[in-house]
Ligand binder design. Structure first.
Ligand code: PMP
Length: 436
């Protein structure tokens, strides 16, 4: 089907708020490694990786084979039966976990469900429905997770399943009050104290959990500094509050220096949620953490029909083995470090770049005009990159952050090629060529 016809039919039967990237939306029909092809045969460097999902690259033979082999045997058996790949995957994840002591894993079908489940366990364990989340966070699209998402554009309703208080993350884009802090460490400490103040003033004092993404993903790749996270953890410990690390975007070596995003802070969370990269594109999510918290749900019953199904767990296991055997984390660190240098050089040359940030292969360029967020420039930048064969993502509260998250297999040469395209795209944005 021609792309324009497909777009028309898409509009007729899919919701209007389901917005697609690009003036002329793309249909991706094939992928290989860090490259993808659309239905018209155009080739692209995939520098968004299906919203930070593709870790091992597209069409990895080992993963394809595992999925195929499983599909030929049995596609789905209820999780009421024993499933070997499920047990193996849980064991493998626990062996890689930054959490100490006895642990368990509960499998679900998506990131939203993983966060729902984590908060279900935490609230049961603590006997409290109160949760602290961060402004600018994104934790999912279910009722519970919309309620802990700190971005109004993703919140169609004020109703929440939990009693939520929002803390201020230590990034200058959140408050003009931050202007008085020259030292990022000082800002981090002040924001951590805000968590203490929230517990003392805006809750009953018995809070179940604090949930945060080590790098806010949809929020525009905003990193929570180690000084902030470690201070927050001390405060949470003083009040018995659990720490849930939402690693839906930051796990599996994405951030380069560590396997899990939270590790760069040295903080040990109580629960970790994951999805996206776990299945490298397959629909799977999980909560991993302290066994006593997850077991706190007993004697109630809880199940996910598709959670931990044979095909997703076989594929995820093959993916995890591929990540480890090929040391993709090391590649993310090296190529990510190189790409960040190139982006920082671009920031010095182009006045429309307000900030370059991120770690490993989770990097962002914030576009500004006269010091203010410029979402139109972000749209124009994306179109200019697409024309030149590179796909990137968008995010941030104002929609002005460009998100760069290629598969972790990406080479230095491809990163250099993308950087050259970014340079041209920034020049075209500045020349106002494509501002729409
Ligand atoms: N947490 C984070 C950090 C995410 O980025 C997302 C998805 N963008 C989710 C949770 C929700 O995941 P899903 O869309 O698979 O439900």
């Amino acid at each position: 089907m021609r792309p324009d016809e497909l777009h028309e039919r898409h509009r007729a039967v899919l919701p209007a708020w389901l917005s697609l990237y690009y003036e002329k939306p793309i249909e991706l029909v094939r992928g290989e490694g860090f490259r993808v092809w659309d239905s018209e045969g155009n080739e692209y460097l995939d520098f968004f990786g299906g919203i930070v999902t593709t870790i091992s690259g597209h069409a990895v033979p080992e993963i394809v084979e595992a999925v195929k082999e499983q599909a030929q045997r049995i596609l789905h058996s209820s999780t009421l039966y024993l499933i070997e790949s499920q047990v193996r995957l849980a064991e493998k994840l626990i062996s890689l976990s930054p959490i100490s002591g006895e642990q368990k894993v509960f499998f679900v079908g998506s990131g939203s469900e993983a966060n729902e489940a984590a908060l279900l366990f935490a609230t049961q364990y603590r006997g409290s429905s109160e949760v602290i989340a961060l402004r600018g966070s994104y934790h999912g699209g279910s009722f519970g997770t919309m309620g802990i998402t700190g971005q109004s554009s993703w919140r169609p309703t004020p109703r929440t399943a939990l009693d939520v208080s929002y803390a201020l993350p230590p990034h200058r884009s959140y408050s003009p009050l931050y202007a008085r802090y020259d030292d990022p460490e000082e800002l981090a400490r002040a924001c951590a104290e805000d968590v203490r103040s929230l517990i003392q003033t805006s809750t009953t004092g018995r809070v179940a959990a604090f949930i945060a993404e080590p790098i806010q993903g949809v929020g525009g790749f905003i990193e929570l500094p180690p000084a902030y996270l470690s201070r927050v953890k001390e405060i949470l410990d003083e009040h018995g509050v659990l720490f849930v690390s939402d690693e839906v975007q930051t796990a599996f070596g994405r951030t380069g220096s560590h396997f899990w995003g939270i590790e760069h802070s040295g903080v040990e969370p109580d629960l970790i949620t994951m999805a996206k990269g776990l299945g490298n594109g397959l629909a799977i999510g999980a909560v991993m953490g302290r066994a006593e918290i997850i077991d706190a749900l007993s004697p109630k019953l809880h199940i996910s029909t598709f959670g931990g199904n044979p095909i997703s767990t076989a594929g995820a296991l093959a993916n995890l083995e591929y990540i480890l055997e090929n040391d993709l984390q090391k590649n993310a660190d090296e190529v990510g470090g190189y790409l960040k240098e190139r982006l920082l050089a671009l920031a010095r040359e182009h006045r429309c770049v307000g900030e370059v940030r991120g770690r490993g292969l989770m990097l962002a360029i914030e576009l500004v005009r006269d010091g203010a967020p410029d979402p139109r420039a972000a749209t124009a930048f994306m179109e200019a990159c697409r024309e030149r064969g590179v796909l990137v993502g968008k995010g941030g509260l104002a929609g002005n952050a460009i998100r760069i998250s290629p598969p972790l297999t990406v080479t230095r040469e491809a990163a250099g090629e993308a950087a050259r395209v970014f340079d041209e795209a920034l020049s075209s944005v500045e020349a106002g060529e494509r501002v729409v």
